[in-house]
Ligand binder design. Structure first.
Ligand SMILES: NC(=O)c1ccc[n+]([C@@H]2O[C@H](COP(=O)([O-])OP(=O)(O)OC[C@H]3O[C@@H](n4cnc5c(N)ncnc54)[C@H](O)[C@@H]3O)[C@@H](O)[C@H]2O)c1
Length: 338
């Protein structure tokens, strides 16, 4: 794909992942429009590009009449990342809000089809996988794409909406000939990440010197946190190489226990605190790790950043970018909000 001759729309382009994708696409020479209502995205993530007219920003809600149609006009490739989404606290406690993604995704996909957009790439999630197979942290489970179901048991309304969007895009590929791809992101972390996701939340707790140091869940739960640059590279490769609506995992195979991530954060940040697990708080599945052989095969993708390296880079960024007082005053709310 020749990005230099491409008009690209990134929905949700002011977000953590969206804005990093915008940076990478600009580096490849694409012309970019962003539509974002800034409900959780931050203008500062793309402000420099907007100011220098490298990005055309529409600050609009895609669910409002006519906005999606206007946004896709003249566009060749759409990366659809806009979503009502937050971290574990948010997706567990805000089911109705996350259900609005069913409508948001439907409106965007329909507008793409009507405008004959060449390619639509969708930001899906590990939350499409059935909860009931992810319960035992001692099991060496690697989620392959076919394990999604049936029977289906997605993770909250957030996960169901992601699953429905994937299925919709596959149907559009089959029945309307629209080229589509879905990327199942697994717990993304890195610079510009926000405190409603576990890694940044733990860094923030250490940053404000929390003691006892609270960990949600028993700490035994396993994740495969995947670094932002790897996610963005995989997403662009999916745009280049998948046409038929296939959904592909973008995630590392590193199995990291939350408690071990917490200990490393405390060590690296020099904060000697007592860790206090809170199993009653929103925790998510106890064993969520991707298999990534399909991404290797279809995209030639493999994650490049090991967790310890990415974690240290993320901490260094966080400490340089944030103010203690500001973090302390917003942290509790951020854990369950967007
Ligand atoms: N962060 C992760 O670990 C992760 C994992 C799996 C999937 N995802 C998906 O990746 C995408 C980006 O997530 P993120 O973590 O970077 O941040 P995010 O959740 O803040 O991104 C969503 C973006 O969409 C915008 N938005 C929301 N509703 C909108 C609307 N109606 N109209 C216009 N814009 C709207 C927000 O302002 C924000 O910029 C989301 O689709 C999310 O579901 C993220």
């Amino acid at each position: 794909m020749d990005w230099k001759s491409c008009n690209v729309l990134v929905t949700g382009g002011a977000s953590f992942i969206g804005s990093t994708l915008v940076d990478a696409l600009l580096n490849r020479g694409a012309r970019i429009r962003v539509v974002d209502d800034l409900s959780s995205g931050k203008l500062e993530n793309i402000a420099n590009h907007v100011m220098h007219q490298r990005v055309d920003l529409m600050k609009r809600d895609l669910r409002d009449p006519g906005v999606a149609e206007e946004a896709v006009k003249g566009i060749d490739v759409v990366f659809h990342l806009a979503a009502d989404h937050g971290g574990r606290g948010y997706v567990d406690l805000h089911q109705a809000a996350c259900a609005s993604n069913l409508m948001l995704d439907g409106v965007v996909f329909r507008a793409c089809q009507k405008a004959q957009v060449e390619k639509v790439v969708y930001a899906s999630s590990g939350c499409v996988y059935p909860n009931y197979i992810q319960t035992d942290p001692d099991q060496m489970l690697y989620l392959t794409e076919d394990m999604v179901g049936p029977p289906y048991d997605a993770d909250n309304m957030y996960g169901w909406a992601k699953l429905m969007a994937e299925m919709t895009l596959r149907a559009y590929a089959r029945e309307y000939g629209m080229k589509t791809a879905s990327c199942r992101y697994f717990t993304v972390y890195g610079p510009r990440g926000v405190e409603n996701h576990a890694v940044i939340a733990m860094i923030a707790r250490a940053f404000v010197k929390q003691d006892p140091f609270v960990v949600w869940g028993t700490g035994e739960q396993i994740r495969n946190w995947t670094y932002i640059d790897d996610i963005v590279n995989g997403t662009i490769l999916a745009a280049e190489k998948i046409d038929d609506g296939t959904a592909v995992n973008l995630g590392t195979k590193e199995r990291i226990r939350v408690i071990d991530a917490a200990k490393e954060i405390l060590r690296y940040m020099g904060h000697d605190a007592r860790i206090e697990p809170h199993p009653e708080m929103p925790t998510g599945p106890y064993n969520r790790v991707a298999d990534n052989s399909l991404a290797r095969r279809l995209l030639g993708w493999e994650p490049k950043v090991m967790f310890m390296d990415g974690l240290h880079r993320t901490i260094d960024w966080y400490v340089s970018a944030r103010e203690k007082e500001q973090v302390a005053s917003t942290l509790e709310a951020m854990l369950t909000e967007r």
